[in-house]
Design a protein around this ligand. Structure first.
Ligand code: NAD
Length: 248
């Protein structure tokens, strides 16, 4: 039997990268999968790239839209068995150049978005359900540097994952966090790095990561499947998928 047979999975930020790869894996394990993206362009592209996966436009930083998203999933599917809270952005800048809008955009999507998605989804997550958060090694040890505010947002998520896990144990809902290291996904093209800076980042990652390479979205998806389906005695935990970068 497939690991997620008959399960309903909602993946925020599932139109590309880690979320899209996880959507494909969950679907191959029998789940009905709904993913969200933040732009019409990303949603249309994902509809073409992810056949038989429902792709919805929903801005994670908009609390009313997040509530409407959960209502829409509930109306069609009646519950969410696996909630993968994965939508996020990463912007790179020295602190001197960070302004309020730069700061708010990352906290609003990465932290506020995660909090309110979980808050609104809890009533339709049944006993036995699983929530998985995507944080980052940058939230633990600063990662490879250069992502000041981003790392802070992910540190907040790591803490939130632990506290909400304790709050939800009486309901039989497990909450766990994945903290990836550098994974080559479209996120690296969106954060303000020049192509040369991006190449430097990837090359630097290879020399500084103990396993000697960046990771793949598929490797993070495998961790998400483990936490969604196999890790039945694990809650409030954090799984680093970072090639050993946490130890540096
Ligand atoms: P990605 O850019 O390919 O995917 C990000 C997803 O989030 C996309 O589907 C995008 O549409 C969605 N998104 C962005 N803003 C949104 C918003 N306002 N509302 C709804 N959706 C929104 O990048 P990825 O690397 O797959 O990132 C997925 C998660 O992994 C993010 O939370 C990111 O911070 C985290 N992460 C990535 C890395 C890495 O190196 N790629 C490392 C650690 C953590």
């Amino acid at each position: 039997m497939a690991k997620l047979d008959g399960k309903i999975a909602l993946i925020s930020g599932g139109t590309s990268g880690i979320g899209a790869e996880t959507a494909k894996l969950f679907q191959s394990e029998g789940a009905t999968v709904v993913v969200t993206g933040s732009s019409k362009r990303s949603v249309e592209a994902a509809k073409a790239a992810l056949p038989r996966i429902e792709v919805l436009l929903s801005d994670a930083s908009n609390v009313a839209a997040t509530k409407a998203l959960v209502d829409q999933v509930n109306a069609k599917h009646g519950r969410i068995d696996v909630l993968f809270v994965n939508a996020g952005i990463a912007k790179f800048s020295p602190i001197e150049q960070v302004d309020e809008a730069f700061y708010d955009s990352q906290f609003n999507i990465n932290v506020k978005g995660a909090f309110f998605l979980i808050k609104h989804a809890i009533p339709i997550i049944p006993d036995g359900g699983a929530i998985i958060l995507t944080a980052s090694v940058a939230g633990a040890n600063g990662g490879l540097g250069g992502s000041t505010i981003y790392g802070s947002t992910k540190a907040a998520l790591r803490s939130f994952g632990r506290t909400i896990a304790k709050e939800l144990t009486p309901r039989g809902i497990r909450v766990n966090t994945i903290s990836p290291g550098p994974i080559v996904t479209p996120i690296l093209d969106k954060g303000g790095l020049t192509p040369a800076q991006k190449d430097n980042f990837i090359e630097g990652a290879k020399t500084r990561i103990p396993l000697g390479r960046t990771g793949t979205a598929a490797e993070v998806a495998a961790a998400a499947l483990y936490l969604a389906a196999d890790a039945t005695y694990t809650t409030g935990a954090e799984l680093f998928v970072d090639g050993g970068l946490i130890d540096l």
